[in-house]
Design a protein around this ligand. Sequence first.
Ligand code: SAH
Ligand code: TMP
Ligand code: ZN
Length: 406
Amino acid sequence: MSGCLVCGNNIEPFMSFGQMPLANGFLPEERFSGEYFYELSVAFCPNCTMVQLVRQPAAGKMFHDEYAFFSGTSAAMAVHFERFASRVISKFPASDDPFVVEIGCNDGIMLRHFADAGIRHLGIEPSENVARAANAKGVRTISRFFGEDLARDIVREHGRADAFLGANVMCHIAGINSVIRGIKTLLKPDGIAMFEDPYLGDVIEKTSYDQIYDEHVFLFSLSSVQYAFAQHGMELIDIEPQTTHGGSMRYLIAHKGARNVSGRVAAQLKTEDEMGLNRAETFDAFRKRCEESRDALKTLLSRLKGEGRRIVGYAATSKSTTILNYCDIDSSLLEFISDTTPIKQGKFSPGMHIPVRPYRDFVSNYPDYALLLAWNHSEEIMAKEELFRDAGGKWIVFVPRVRVIE
Ligand code: SAH
Ligand code: TMP
Ligand code: ZN
């Protein structure tokens, strides 16, 4: 029994994925023996409806000077964040001197558009290596963890913010109450917070259990986000569904009573109720589908390997750490994983120790099958890899169900 990170209610896990290494913990051979593991288990809080990890490695273990994820590795995400930035910029009256804060700005993929437009901005990025990449692009970034204390420091130095932004970072921070108090401190009375994260509704609908890993301490829904902010006198005023990362939700938050609440909020809350996102049974059924998906993937790969096929993993994503470890897929099944991120190449995948090799190793000797570990970027990847298909290569996908794309 442990306490809900949002409301303190007692929570019990509905599923365990077993012992897991750090999702982004790509490592050299000499570090195999000291590799860190923890039990990855997930709970649903029946009081506030938040889905969350029961325990999480310390933040400093995951976010540091050798953080492996660079946002700029996906061209489609660069376009997505350019649009996100323009949407925010278009809302500012031309005469103002707006101030924008983005947490988890990573390599500056979104904030650079504010920097280019000469808008006052500040990036908060605790992983120093990616923060350096942002600063190099002219994005003003400091390396600290966002929370209530930092929010006070920012207000003291820069004044309050018109917009608070975050993409794929709010769901990473276990101290969500401190973050929300920080947002409340930071925002002007008519300021707006906009953040987006993978959406629980999509995870349940697609059985995309690979969204569950150490960094994703929460899987947000409208009802849980609404509850979390309401505790601090803030209000969910609108939502904007996104197709990124296999289905995300952008939440718009304001001080309570400061802005009108869109009818979209009530409509989506009704949909969540119909989907059962606020009921424990939904997660028991989800656990069973995860087990079936795991067995189907392992069986398929073992059969193909038994038939003498070469299988390679495509993209060493953080999500793939859950898949490979939970399904027990090692280098006897996957010859290697191809990835475009230099910091991952030459290392091994966390836990299963499958070699990660540069993309050219995939192109220069196509395998018979490629396991698409970055299924959330499938449009971009399929378009890029027509030659692989032309050469007779086949994709294996596991979301929304395990299958071979002929
Ligand atoms: N926004 C980018 C990066 C997401 S990865 C994108 O969508 O592509 C999550 C990022 O959040 C990492 O770069 C990590 O270092 C950062 N992060 C983690 N905890 C944080 C915290 N408490 N405050 C600010 N950033 C944090
Ligand atoms: P993500 O799914 O967490 O965004 O991680 C993307 C990873 O996939 C990152 O390591 C880079 C890799 N990748 C490729 O290797 N090739 C590609 O075409 C794309 C889009 C991503
Ligand atoms: Zn709770």
